[in-house]
Design a protein around this ligand. Structure first.
Ligand SMILES: CSCC[C@H](NC=O)C(=O)O
Ligand SMILES: [Zn+2]
Ligand SMILES: [Zn+2]
Length: 399
C-alpha cells in the first residue's frame, strides 16, 4: 500500500501547471481541497486574471507574533517529452521508489511536503504559537511579475505580518542539505550594434557584426576570468567558491542577417548575467558599459539594482534555530548563494529573512532537466524534517 502522502504528492504532480500555459485552475482546486481536508483557512487572490495566489493559513496561539511563511511556486518549466523515459505528467513510480515527473524537484515536492507537515502537526494537535501561512504562487519560472513580485506589494500580504520565510533550494548529489541565504542578481541584457552594409563579397569596414564580435569577446574574457575564480577562489571562512559566489555570463541569444550575401546593418546579442550580492552593482554596470564603448544601446530586459541576503549571524534567531535543528539531526548543511533566481529575492528585498531549502539529498540535480525525479522515501523523510523544523520555527518566542 502506498503512503497516502505519496499518493497526494503524485496527484499534485499530475496537474499540468507547465509554462507557458499552466493549468492554475485545477491546481487551485486541488490546493483548496487539501486545505479543507486538513482544516486550514484559505484565500485565493487573483490580482491578475488567471494567475491565482493560494494562501492557506493555520492560526497560531498568539496571532500577534510575526508569522511564518512557507512559500512555493506552483508552475513548472516545459519538457522535451521525447527525452523522458515516461510521461512527465503521469508521475510514474519506478521499482526503486523514484517518482519521475516535471516538478518532482522544482518544487512541487516542497509545496506538497509543507502540506503534509502541517497535516501531521494538526493531527497531533500541536498548534504552535506563531501563525503559519502557506503561499502557492504562480509564474516563478517566468520571473514572478504576476506572482510573488505583485503579492508583496499588496495589503493582503502586508496584513500577514511575515517574520520569516522558507522557500526552494536545490538538490545535492551528496549527503549535505544545501541552504540558500541569498541569490545572485539577474540581469538579462541585449546589446544592439549598427554598422555599414554592402555586398557580402567585399571588405566592408565597421559592420554591425564586427562591432558585435569585439563586444562579445570582452564579455567572454570576463566570463573566463570568473570561471577561473570559481576554480581557485575561497570564501572568507575558507570554504571553496560555489557558482553562486562568482558572476556568470552566458551568451544566450543572437540575432542578425537577412540573406547570405547582404551585410546586416544591425545585430543583437543577448546575455544572461548573474551577479553575486558581494559585487558592487554600480561598478559592474560601469564595467559592462565600458565593454560596449560608444555603441548606442544596451537594453536591460531584466535588471536588479542590488541583491539582498539574509545574514547568517548569531543574532539572526531564524538562522540559529535552523542551523541548530539540522545539527541536532546530524544533517550536514552547506550555506550558499542561490545561483539562479527564486521568489525569495522579493521577500528579502522588503526585509523579510528567508532561507531556501529543498529536502533533496543524495539525489542528482535534475531541476529543469529530463527525467526529473525524487525518491518516495526521501520525500517522506522530508515531511518529517519540515514538520519538526516548522514546529520549532513557529514556536520561537522572540525575534
Ligand atoms: C528574472 S527571474 C528568473 C527566474 C528563474 N528562476 C528559475 O529558474 C531564473 O532564471 O533564475
Ligand atoms: Zn523553482
Ligand atoms: Zn525552476
Amino acid at each position: 500500500m502506498e503512503n497516502p502522502a505519496v499518493t497526494r504528492f503524485r496527484q499534485y504532480l499530475r496537474i499540468k501547471t507547465v509554462q507557458p500555459k499552466p493549468d492554475y485552475e485545477s491546481c487551485t482546486r486541488f490546493l483548496l481541497e487539501q486545505a479543507k481536508e486538513i482544516g486550514l483557512k484559505s484565500s485565493v487572490f487573483e490580482y491578475v486574471k488567471g494567475k491565482p495566489i493560494v494562501l492557506l493559513t493555520w492560526e497560531g496561539r498568539d496571532p500577534s507574533l510575526p508569522s511564518i511563511l512557507l512559500n512555493s511556486h506552483t508552475d513548472v518549466v516545459p519538457v522535451f517529452e521525447e527525452k523522458w523515459s515516461c510521461n512527465p505528467f503521469e508521475a510514474c513510480k519506478l521499482d526503486n521508489g523514484d517518482i519521475v515527473a516535471r516538478g518532482a524537484q522544482d518544487m512541487k515536492c516542497v509545496g506538497a511536503s509543507y502540506l503534509e507537515a502541517i497535516r501531521c502537526l494538526k493531527d497531533q494537535d500541536q498548534q504552535p504559537c506563531r501563525t503559519i501561512h502557506l503561499s502557492y504562487v504562480p509564474d516563478e519560472e517566468i520571473g514572478g511579475k504576476d506572482g510573488m513580485e505583485h503579492f508583496i506589494e499588496t495589503n493582503d500580504f502586508k496584513k500577514l505580518n511575515v517574520g520569516f520565510a522558507l522557500d526552494e533550494g536545490i538538490a545535492n548529489p551528496n549527503d549535505a542539505l544545501r541552504v540558500f541565504y541569498g541569490e545572485r542578481g539577474v540581469w538579462w541584457i541585449n546589446v544592439i550594434t549598427k554598422g555599414n552594409t554592402g555586398h557580402g563579397s567585399q571588405f566592408v569596414k565597421d559592420t554591425a557584426i564586427s562591432k558585435l564580435n569585439r563586444i562579445i569577446n570582452r564579455f567572454m574574457e570576463f566570463r573566463e576570468s570568473q570561471e577561473q575564480q570559481l576554480a581557485i577562489g575561497m570564501n572568507t571562512d575558507g570554504t571553496k567558491y560555489h557558482v553562486g559566489d562568482v558572476t556568470t555570463i552566458n551568451l544566450t541569444m543572437l540575432k542578425a542577417g537577412v540573406q547570405h550575401n547582404v551585410i546586416p546593418e544591425e545585430a543583437t546579442v543577448g546575455f544572461d548575467i548573474r551577479i553575486p550580492p558581494t559585487v558592487d552593482f554600480t561598478a559592474f554596470k560601469n564595467m559592462i558599459e565600458g565593454f560596449v564603448h560608444s555603441e548606442p544601446e544596451i537594453e536591460f530586459v531584466q535588471y536588479n539594482g542590488a541583491a539582498y541576503y539574509t545574514p547568517l549571524s548569531e543574532n539572526n534567531i531564524w538562522w540559529v534555530v535552523f542551523r541548530d535543528f539540522c545539527k541536532g539531526r546530524n544533517i550536514p548543511i552547506e550555506p550558499e548563494i542561490f545561483p539562479a533566481g527564486t521568489d525569495s529575492r522579493f521577500l528579502r528585498g522588503i526585509g523579510i529573512p528567508a532561507l531556501g531549502v529543498s529536502y533533496i539529498r543524495n539525489t542528482p540535480i535534475l531541476l529543469h532537466d529530463h527525467d526529473e525525479r525524487i525518491n518516495e522515501n526521501l520525500f517522506l523523510e522530508g515531511i518529517e524534517f519540515y514538520k519538526d523544523l516548522i514546529y520549532q520555527l513557529a514556536n520561537i518566542q522572540k525575534s
